[in-house]
Ligand binder design. Sequence first.
Ligand code: UD1
Ligand code: UDP
Length: 362
Amino acid sequence: MKIVTIVGARPQFIKAAAVARKLKSQSGITEVLVHTGQHYDDNMSEVFFQELEIPKPDYHLGIGSSSHGAQTGRMLEAIEQVLLKELPDWVLVYGDTNSTLAGAIAAVKLHIPVAHVEAGLRSFNPQMPEEINRVLTDHAANLLFAPTTAAVENLQREGIPQEKVHLVGDVMYDASLDYAVKAEAKSQILSQLKLTPQNYILATIHRAENTDNPEKLQAIFQAFTKVAQTIPVILPLHPRTRAALQRAEINPTSHIQLIDPVGYLDMVMLEKNAKIIATDSGGVQKEAFFYRVPCVTLRTETEWIELVELGWNRLVPPLNTQDIASSLLDALGKITNHEIPDGIYGGGLATSKIVSLLTQDN
Ligand code: UD1
Ligand code: UDP
């Protein structure tokens, strides 16, 4: 059986690495890896292939950055060529990026079954490019791997036949288990940055709704500057955010420790040892919970609603500096001692379930 996996952006390398390990352990499965080239800087792409021991992509499409239509369109054309050549049994796509949507459309038009990992997540914000990508991908998919019960319910509400939908858990949780020991053994990031565990805030910002709105971006960075007078703020800077700061002529103060994007193993160590995490990332919100670090999410809504309900994550719309700064300072002072239900993200079995469903259905 042949599976073509489509990846292109940072979080997809991590998710696909976890699934690829399981696929490799099964006999009779050939995985053909396609990298669209959506992310291309070494620290946004190559570092993950090396650290997570992902095989070199069989196809690198080299699409790069451009507007949504141009980027997705070029991917669609190039992926179609690969699929016509490989004629796989399944096309496997992850998450909600333009690479996800291009992979799903290319496959469904050729009548090749699509399997979607992280199906059913919804922000209910139609302005988000990711929301459009998710909804369209889910409606094109034949097999939908939902990470949470909320995701299953979203798909039911949209009328997607129940037999296509499987609650498997979150592959990122599996990845966190797979690479925990390696991160502890290999990463030197805390000493390199002279950080003391439990004595810094880890922040990441990259969501278009924050970076592309200069008022919001200003409010977020002013709040970080304020809070950095109390506790160090470390911020691995996504290239989109670096460009947006330059465009908006925002010069974050030297109080905030801006660093280049880091590899996954360093990121895990930064997350695990942070006092709190402030982010607009989907993956980082969950990793905060995996490592039991309180999280402030600088958005109006989240797809991972269970973390807000559990009290591990609080949503703070990034509208003004004062509100953001006081929420961060408040989160610093709180002892989080909530009860945690067992296995809300699948207990580490998501990748096994995905592989088993892919092979069963064929
Ligand atoms: C994409 C996804 C987003 C995901 C994120 C993960 C879409 C619509 N968005 O957002 O859902 O959360 O990846 O990180 O697919 N750039 C570089 N070097 C790179 C990659 C990007 O400089 O290696 C810069 C370019 O200026 C580019 C900008 O970042 O225009 C945005 O990149 P793009 O891939 O379009 O979107 P992301 O913001 O990374
Ligand atoms: N990540 C990383 N280095 C960084 C920032 C993030 O390895 O400098 C990892 C992070 O641990 C998580 C994933 O990238 O596993 C999240 O990706 P991102 O925030 O770019 O996208 P999202 O999850 O919001 O789609």
